[in-house]
Ligand binder design. Structure first.
Ligand code: UTP
Length: 285
């Protein structure tokens, strides 16, 4: 069973400027589960942490940057404030308490990416945290919601060198895209291209993947690609060239993809999570 998670949160977030000038985009809120059964807004990166905690993951490595210190601060329990809230009977204190308990039961490591040289570069920096283990790689600005979070099952149970969560999209030129041969429920990936001008397929790599440590050897040889950045997708193509077993699993149709990387997607994320959790609360009332 995979225990380690790497969450890169060091990107510039240019598409959300000026909001992301001082405020990391990963700290922007979406609606999420709450023990109080009230509609609750939580920072995206907290929702990701809580979701992965709930499925048993406990070792987290955030790839962060100097302009992202509020993320580390957010993951630092403040018991004085909690005591104050509890003494006043503030409902949301229950939420904070549970969040702090999850933090205390986990190991959180922060690795600095001095300059955002690309998603692949950020991932490479987790090499010593990962060691010989397999790990889950999860972006800090995207997540999926599904019943009992079962969309994560394929990734966590896979024995492949790389297991990519993918989704059919209408605009593949904005994503890393894969093609391959169908093998039972999965696709054996034969080609991975970052933001193709002439898309090879509509199957886009989502930001939820598992790898063994062969990804690091591949990434160490990746040259700057699209946007002059070190791209994870180019590392995946190197793995494929070297006959590593890279599979793709399609995100279940019933699950919701929540992405906050652009103004439109952020708005859509608000709508989707509001509906999802409003209904959840209605059911539990
Ligand atoms: P994106 O490529 O969507 O984010 O990265 P970005 O570069 O921050 O956004 P734009 O393109 O400038 O608007 C997906 C995830 O990877 C992290 C981001 O913080 C985000 O959580 N990332 C990206 C890094 O940690 N380092 C990087 O060099 C690039």
């Amino acid at each position: 069973m995979i225990k380690k998670v790497v969450i890169p949160v060091a990107g510039r977030g240019t598409r959300l400027l000026p909001t992301s000038k001082e405020q990391p985009k990963e700290m922007l809120p979406i609606f999420y589960h709450s023990p109080t059964n009230q509609l609750t807004l939580k920072p995206m990166v907290q929702c990701i942490f809580e979701q992965l905690y709930e499925i048993g993951l406990r070792e987290f490595c955030f790839i962060t940057g100097s302009h992202k210190q509020s993320i580390e601060k957010h993951f630092t329990p403040d018991y004085k404030e909690l005591d104050l809230l509890e003494s006043k009977g503030t409902v949301v204190a229950k939420d904070l308490k549970q969040f702090y308990e999850k933090i205390e039961k986990s190991s959180l490591v922060y690795v600095n990416q001095d300059e955002p040289l690309g998603y692949g570069h950020a991932v490479y920096l987790s090499k010593s945290f990962v060691g010989e283990d397999k790990f889950l790689l999860h972006a800090g600005d995207t997540m999926a919601l599904s019943k009992e979070d079962n969309h994560l099952k394929d990734c966590l149970e896979s024995n492949a060198d790389g297991m990519l969560m993918t989704k059919y999209v209408e605009d593949p030129q904005n994503y890393g895209v894969v093609t391959g041969k169908k093998m039972e429920r999965f696709l054996k990936v034969e080609s991975a291209v970052e933001k193709p001008k002439d898309p090879i397929s509509n199957l886009a790599i989502m930001a939820i993947n598992t790898f063994n440590n062969s990804i690091f050897d591949a990434l160490s040889r990746v040259k700057p690609g699209v946007g002059n950045e070190i791209q994870l997708t180019d590392g995946i193509q190197i793995m494929i060239n070297e006959n590593k077993n890279v599979l793709a699993s399609e995100l279940p149709k019933s699950s919701l993809l929540i992405d906050i990387g652009t103004p439109e997607k952020f708005f859509d994320a608000q709508k989707k999570t509001y509906e999802f959790f409003r209904n959840e609360n209605n059911k539990t009332e």
